[in-house]
Design a protein. Sequence first.
Lengths: 289, 748
Amino acid sequence: MEFLQPTTWTEALEMKAAHPEALPIAGGTDVMVEINFDRQRPAAVIDLTKVAELEEWGTENGMLRVGAGVTYSRIIEELGGRLPGLAMASRTVGSPQIRNRGTVGGNLGSASPAGDAHPPLLSSGALVELASASGSRRVPVREFFVGPKRNAMRNDELIAAFLVEPTRGPEQFSKVGTRNAMVIAVCSFAIALDVERKRVGTGIGSAGPTPLAAIDAEEFMAGVLDESGLWERPADVDPNAVARFGELVAAAARPIDDVRGTAAYRRHALAVLARRTFTWAWDERRRSA
Amino acid sequence: MSLVGRGQRRLEGADKVAGVTRYTADLEMAGLLHVQIVLSPLPAARIRSIDTTGAAAAPGVVGVFTGADLRSNANGPDKPLAVDRVFYGGQAVAAVVAISESAAADAAALVEVDLEPIPAVTDAEAAMREGAPQVLDTVAETSEEDAAVHGAATAAESEPVERPPNVTAVASFKRGNVAKALAGADVVIKQRYRLAGVHHSPMEPHVAIARPEADGGVTIWAPTQGPFALREDVAKTLGVPAYKVRVVPMPVGGGFGGKVILLEVLLSMLALKVGRPVRLALTRQQEFIVGHPAPGAAFDLELGAKKDGKLVALRVKYHYDNGATSGWHAGITGSFLGGTYQIANFELTGYEVATNKTPVDAYRGPGAPQAYFALESAIDELALQLDMDPIELRLLNASKEGDPSADKSPWPRIAMVECLEEAARHPLYKAAVGPGEGVGVAVGSWGGARTPAAAGCRVEPDGTLSIVIGTPDVSGATTGLAMIAADAFGVSADKVRIQTGETDVAPHGPIAAGSQTTYSIGGAVQEAALEARRQLLEIATDELEAAPEDLEISDGRVSVRGVPDRFVEITRLVAASTEFMGRHKPIHASGRSAVLSASPQFTVQIARVRTDPETGAFQLTGYAAIQDVGKAINPPEVEGQIHGGAAQALGRALGEQLAFDGDGQLRTGSFLDYELPTADQLPDIDVRLIEIPSPFGPLGAKGVGEPPAIPGPAALANALARATGTRLREVPIDRSALVKERTGARTG
C-alpha cells in the first residue's frame, strides 16, 4: 500500500490527479474500519490530516464555508450557534474520541446512508465543494448522493469544503437507535425551517440506499404554513397537518429490513421523528416570534 | 480489627488502571513466531484440497500446516485444524507460522482451500426436523465433567425417549402427574420464550504462546481461567505426562467462562513442529467466530396455578442451540426450573441440539439466565393474570431449607425468602409508577461449585506474606483471599501477595469458574496463613523465651502480650530461619481445603423503566440487585461483581445477539453490530447484600460471581410488560414490538 501525505491543498490535488485510485483518509473513523474488516485493501491512501487549509472555516457571500477536515467536536464548539441542526447531529456521532477525529468531509466521502451529518446538510440545502488539479465545482448536497456509499465525485477530485447558509430559523435533529451512542442509527431525521424564504427543509438518514430529502413533505408543510399565514403569525398548526407531514416523510423513505430494524418500523419511527422535530422546531419559532 | 467485611481496594487494580499489567500479548520472547489461522467461510463442507504452496513461498513464512499434519483424536469440530470436513463457519482449516503477525496474515490469504459445500443447518429447530442434515459425525454423550466444573451438578437423567435429529442429549426431570395437575389448575400460562446466543466479549481476545521444551513437552503462556485443566487437556492430546506441560497463568483480560482452553492445543502442536515458540492473538472479528460463545435457547412452558397463586404444575420442553458440539446446559437449566419454586408436579425435558455454528461453551451462569428468563417471565405473567403482587406470589411458592430441589435432595439453608422480602421493601419497588413507567422483578439462583484446593505460604525477608495458589484471579477474588490471610496471620492486606503459580510448582487449584474461587480456596489460604503464623511463633518462642500462646503479631513484630518491650521483628525471625548457619527451620506453610457441600445462592433484581410508546424506545431508570452472599469478604468487590454481572445480563436483553443469515454467516461479528450495553443504557445499580452465612464456605462466604448475571433479562421484560401492556418473550428485545399505534392525530 502506498501512503501519500500531502502538506498543502495544491499538493493533495496533484497527488490525487496522479493517483486517482488513492483513497482519501481524514479522521479514519470510516476508512480504518473498512481496512480492519478487510472490506477494502486500497492500493494507496492519501492522508489529508496535514493539509491545514482543510481545517479552516469562514464566511463567503453570506454563506459559511467549512473545510472538509473540520471535526465534529469543532462543529459543536465553534459553529453550534450558526449550524444548530448539524451541531445536534454531530453530538450524536460515536463517542467523544470519534467526534475528535471524524470530519464532515469524511462523512460526505463515505456517503453512507447512515452518516449522521447528512440529514442536517440535506435539510439546510448545503453545497459540497469538490476540487481537482483542474479546478473546482460546487454540487448541491441533494444531488451529491447517487447510490449506496456512492457520491458524485470524480476519481480525480477531493472534497474541499461544504457551504451552507447560517440558520434562518429553528433546526432540529433526532434519531432512533437500539442504544443512544456508539451505534448506527435505525433511522434519523433533520428539519430546518427557513423563516425568511418560507421553506421547510428535511433530511432522512438510515432509511434508504442514500440519505434522502422528503420533498413532498417539505412542500406540503411549507404550503400549510403559508396558507394560514403562520410564517408571519406563528400559532398552533393543525395536528392533522403535522400527522400528514409525518406520513409524507415516512413515504419518502426507502428502508430495508436488517438486524437493526424492519423497514416497517423505520417508516413508523420516521413519521414519529418528523412530527416531533417539527413540533419542537415550531414551538421554538413561536417562542422567538 | 478484622479486615474481612471491610472495604479493601483491589491489590492488583492500580497496575491495571495504570496500564502496567503485562498481559500475554505484551510478552516478548526470543525466537517468537506468529501464527495466523485460515478459517472456513462455509458452515458445512467437505475439504477437497488445501493448496499451501503459495503461502509457504510467501516472505517470512516458516511453515504452513493443515489438519493432515496434526495428529488428534478429538471429534471433528474440535480438532486443532479441520480434517476432511468442516462443521461450522469459522472452523480453522489451516495455520501459517511466520516471523511476524503481518507476514502470517498475508500468507494466510494465499492458502487456497477448496471446499465442497454440503447441506448445513444453523437453526436448532430446523436441525431437529426430520431430514435435517446431520451436523456431527458421531453423537458424543453430554460431558458431565464439563457441566460440573462450571457449577451445578446436572443430576439429569437421560431418558430413553425418541430423539429428534441432531439431539445429542436429553435432560429430564419429573415429579408427580403434570397432565392431571394442569387440567386441574385454575390458571395456566402457556407460552414460548426465546433467548439469542451471545458472546462473552472479553476486552482481551483469546491469545496464547506455546514454547517447545527439550523434554518433549511445552510451556504455555495463556490468560486461562483453569491452568490445571488446560495442562491436562494439552498433555492428553500430546500424549505426554501432565507435568511435561507447564502452564504459566497470565492475567486474564476478561474470561466469564470463555477462557479455559481454545488455541493452546493447536499452538503446542505447531510449536513442536517448528521447534520455536509460537503465538496466536485473535483479532476481534476472529474472536466472535472462533471464541466459543453461549448458546441460544427456547422454552415451551406451561405453568399451572390455583386461584390463590399456589403453583401446581410446570411442564417445559426446551432446547439449547449448541453449535457443533454436544452441549451440557440443559441439565443445569432443569435444576433451576424444577427447584426454585415448590411445584408438586413437573415434567422438564431439555434437548441439546447440534447446529453448524461455532461450538458453545460456558458463559457466566451457564444455563441459568436462560432458565430464569423463561421461568420468571411466566411467573410474572401469572401474577398479572391472578392480579397478585409478583413478590407475594413468589414468596407463596419459594423453596426453603429442607424443601426438595429438582433432584429431590433437600435444599440447604438458602435465602430466597430473605431476598424477596428485601425486594418488597426496596424503594424502587415501592415507589409509585407514572405513565409509561413500569417495575419488574425477577429471581435468579446458582448452585455453586466446589473443588479441593491447596495453598502455600512463606514469609518474605521484609516480613510480608507470599501466598501461592493454583487458580487465576478473574474477578478480584485474590484481594479477598489476601484479606483472609492477613487476618489469619496478623498483618494488613497490603502485606500479602497472592500469586497464581505456574502449574509446575503451584499447589493444585480449581478452575476459576462456577463462583467457586473464594468458596473453594479461602479455607486453604486461611489454613496456610495460620500455619505460617504458627511456624513464625515457634521461632519467636525460642527467641523471646515465651510460650506461643503468650505471643502476638502486630506492626511487623512478634511481642509478648502485656510486655510490649519484649519483641522481635518478623524480619529478624525470617532471617534467623533462612540465613547461612541459621538455627531455625524456614517458614514453609501449606493449607488445604475440601469444601464438602455447595452453598446455593439466590438473588432478586428489580428493574424500573420509562418507555416511549411512539417509538418503542425505553430507558432503564433504576435497578437494584439484592443478593445473598453468605458473608461479604470484601464488600466493594462483591458490589463490583454484582454491577458487572447485572450489566452483562441486561446486555442479553438490550441488544446483544449472535445473529446468523440463511447461509450460516454471522451478521453481528463486530462491535459495530454486536451491541454491548453502553453506560448511558444502564442506571446506577443499587446493591443490597444479604448475609446468611454458609455453614461450609470460608468465614460463611458463598459464591458471588454468577447470580448477578442471571435475572436481568426477565426483570427488564417484566418491567416493560407492566409499563406497556406488551409482553416480550424474546431477547434481545425488539423495540418495534413496544410501539403503540397512534389512535388519533396528535402532535408530538
